[in-house]
Structure formats: structure tokens, C-alpha cells
Design a protein around this ligand. Structure first.
Ligand SMILES: NC(=O)c1ccc[n+]([C@@H]2O[C@H](COP(=O)([O-])OP(=O)(O)OC[C@H]3O[C@@H](n4cnc5c(N)ncnc54)[C@H](OP(=O)(O)O)[C@@H]3O)[C@@H](O)[C@H]2O)c1
Length: 285
């Protein structure tokens, strides 16, 4: 246990700028791995990006795949300017207990875990340790994701800006409160899974209608991407864009009427609500 008991601000002046940061990712699985890719894309060199999994073999395999460096947990915790926690939520507090005495007082701890609050993490660490939560979705691995950042009480303006720089190649990065994280999960975290499921359904149907699977995949994916890009670039309301595709008595209105009759809009809303509610339940225990 540490004897650092009295609160003190982190000496953020000693934290280097992004290209010189040493970042340890403890748990480089689906989400930790996606974060490693985003950090590499943001300009963190491979020798400054240390990955630690549950065994040496697993760390080395992840490092090879992600173009990072495999490391030993305790050593990597001790040298980290930033420690990213990518283990499962039920492992977070135990892992923090194992590494807390290895961390430097100014090391920034960023948790990716759903349902583990900043207060829980701060309480598991020496007083004064800067803590953030980052809620990402998997498309961050290709620079097209979304990240919701939540800042603990010990994060000053410099660390806030640095956290935004870290995720600058991830896609959209927004500041949210811990209360908003449940809505964020419905609107971005879990939503990516819903979109994958809808793309799968649309592709299967395009194949049933007679297109080859490779052609069906290309057309569906490009249409989903193109529709989103069009809204982003024009700022148009989706209802107006939808109207633009809807000729009277035409093919699109015929299909849209079926979507409404089958309750697809209500189904999507219910799925988002269920994810947000589940997130709240998991957090509140
Ligand atoms: N998946 C998502 O879409 C998503 C979205 C937002 C947030 N998150 C959060 O991301 C976190 C990870 O979820 P995930 O889906 O990425 O899980 P995952 O793919 O199972 O990854 C977990 C990682 O933790 C490592 N690990 C397990 N035990 C360890 C130990 N004792 N020491 C070091 N590393 C250890 C695993 O390494 P081994 O392979 O060697 O066991 C693996 O790399 C969770 O907290 C989750 O809430 C996930």
C-alpha cells in the first residue's frame, strides 16, 4: 500500500506531450486493441506503446498484431505516463490494487470499463492520481468511432487537452458526464453493434433479392456510409433527406411504409433504451 495519503494536484508539467508519452495498455483485447490502433494513428510510436495481457505469449501476440511493444505488467505500470485499463469491468479494481504502488503520482489512469465509476477508481488509487473514463466504440480502430470522455476531479485543463489529443485519431471525441454515459452507450457504444446487425440483415436480403454477396456487401456498406456522410456534410435533417428519396407513389415510400407498419423505428428506440437501462443497472449494481 502507498503512504501517499494527502490529496495533492498531479504535477502535470512533468507529463510530456503526445509523441513522447509512454502509454501502457493493460488488457489489449477487443476494445483495448482498438485503442492501441487509435493511439498509433495519433502518432504514439510503437516503442512508447506497451501492451500487457494475461500472459507473456498473449501480450506478444497482441503487440505483433497491433504494432506495439509487449511488456511486463509491473514494469510497464511504473514507466507509464498514461495507464489505459482495457480489462473486463470485474477485473479493474483488482488490477488497480496490484499496480497502484508502481504508478508515479502524475500517471494518468484511463479506464475503458463500463459500469465502474470514477469515484470507484479514484478510491482504489493513491490520493491525487488523475483518473478519466473513456467510453469508446469499436469503429475507433479505423478512425471512425466515437469516444465519450469523463474527467475525474484531479484532471486539469492540460490533462483534459492531452486526453483529447490521445483519442484525436479515433473519430469524434466528446466530453460527457458519468450520468450521460448510459445515453452515450445507447447512442454510440452499443449502437455500433445494432448497425452491424442491420447491415448484416440488409446484406442477406440483398443476396436473397439476387445479388452476389460481395456485391451486396459493397452496395449496402457504401449506402449506409454515404447516407451518414451526406447528413454530416450537408447538416440536413434526416427527415428532409428521406423526403428527397421519396417520390409520390414510388419505390422508397412503399418500403418506408412497411418499416413504419412493422415498428422498426420503435424497435430501434427500444433497443437503445434497453442498452442505456442495462448500463445504469450494471453501474448501480
Ligand atoms: N467491446 C466493446 O465494444 C466495449 C465498448 C466499450 C467499453 N468496453 C470495455 O472494454 C473493456 C474490455 O472489454 P473487451 O470487450 O475488449 O474484452 P476482451 O476482448 O475480453 O479483452 C480483455 C483483455 O484483458 C486482458 N486480460 C485479462 N486478464 C488479464 C490480466 N490478469 N492481466 C492483464 N490483462 C488481462 C485479456 O488478455 P488475454 O486475451 O490474454 O486474456 C484481453 O486482452 C471492458 O471493461 C469493457 O467494459 C468494451
Amino acid at each position: 500500500m502507498s503512504d501517499r495519503t494527502s490529496p495533492r494536484p498531479a504535477d502535470t508539467a512533468t507529463i510530456p506531450d503526445l509523441p513522447d508519452l509512454t502509454i501502457t495498455v493493460l488488457g489489449a483485447g477487443n476494445m483495448g486493441g482498438a485503442v492501441v490502433r487509435a493511439l498509433r494513428a495519433a502518432g504514439v510510436p510503437r516503442h512508447h506503446l506497451l501492451v500487457v495481457n494475461s500472459s507473456r505469449d498473449s501480450s506478444e501476440a497482441a503487440a505483433r498484431e497491433l504494432d506495439a511493444t509487449a511488456a511486463d505488467r509491473d514494469k510497464a505500470a511504473g514507466t507509464a505516463d498514461v495507464l489505459v485499463l482495457g480489462v473486463k469491468p470485474h477485473q479493474i479494481l483488482d488490477q488497480l490494487l496490484q499496480v497502484r504502488d508502481k504508478l508515479r503520482p502524475e500517471t494518468i489512469v484511463i479506464s475503458l470499463a463500463a459500469a465502474v465509476t470514477i469515484a470507484d477508481i479514484e478510491n482504489a488509487l493513491p490520493d491525487g492520481q488523475p483518473v478519466l473514463r473513456a467510453m469508446p466504440n469499436t469503429p475507433i480502430s479505423v478512425g471512425e468511432g466515437a469516444v465519450g470522455l469523463m474527467h475525474g476531479s484531479r484532471v486539469d485543463e492540460r490533462l483534459h487537452d492531452l486526453a483529447h489529443d490521445l483519442f484525436s485519431a479515433a473519430g469524434v471525441v466528446v466530453d460527457i458526464t458519468e450520468d450521460q454515459v448510459h445515453a452515450f452507450i445507447g447512442a454510440a457504444g452499443s449502437l455500433s453493434g445494432f448497425v452491424f446487425s442491420l447491415i448484416e440483415a440488409m446484406t442477406d436480403e440483398a443476396v436473397r433479392l439476387g445479388l452476389r454477396r460481395d456485391l451486396a456487401s459493397r452496395l449496402v456498406q457504401q449506402t449506409v456510409r454515404g447516407a451518414a456522410t451526406m447528413l454530416q456534410q450537408t447538416g440536413e435533417h434526416p427527415a428532409v433527406a428521406k423526403n428527397g428519396v421519396s417520390s409520390p407513389g414510388g419505390t422508397t415510400v412503399e418500403g418506408l411504409a412497411v418499416l413504419e407498419r412493422l415498428g422498426v423505428r420503435a424497435g430501434v428506440a427500444s433497443a437503445m433504451q434497453a442498452s442505456a437501462e442495462r448500463s445504469r443497472e450494471l453501474t448501480e449494481g
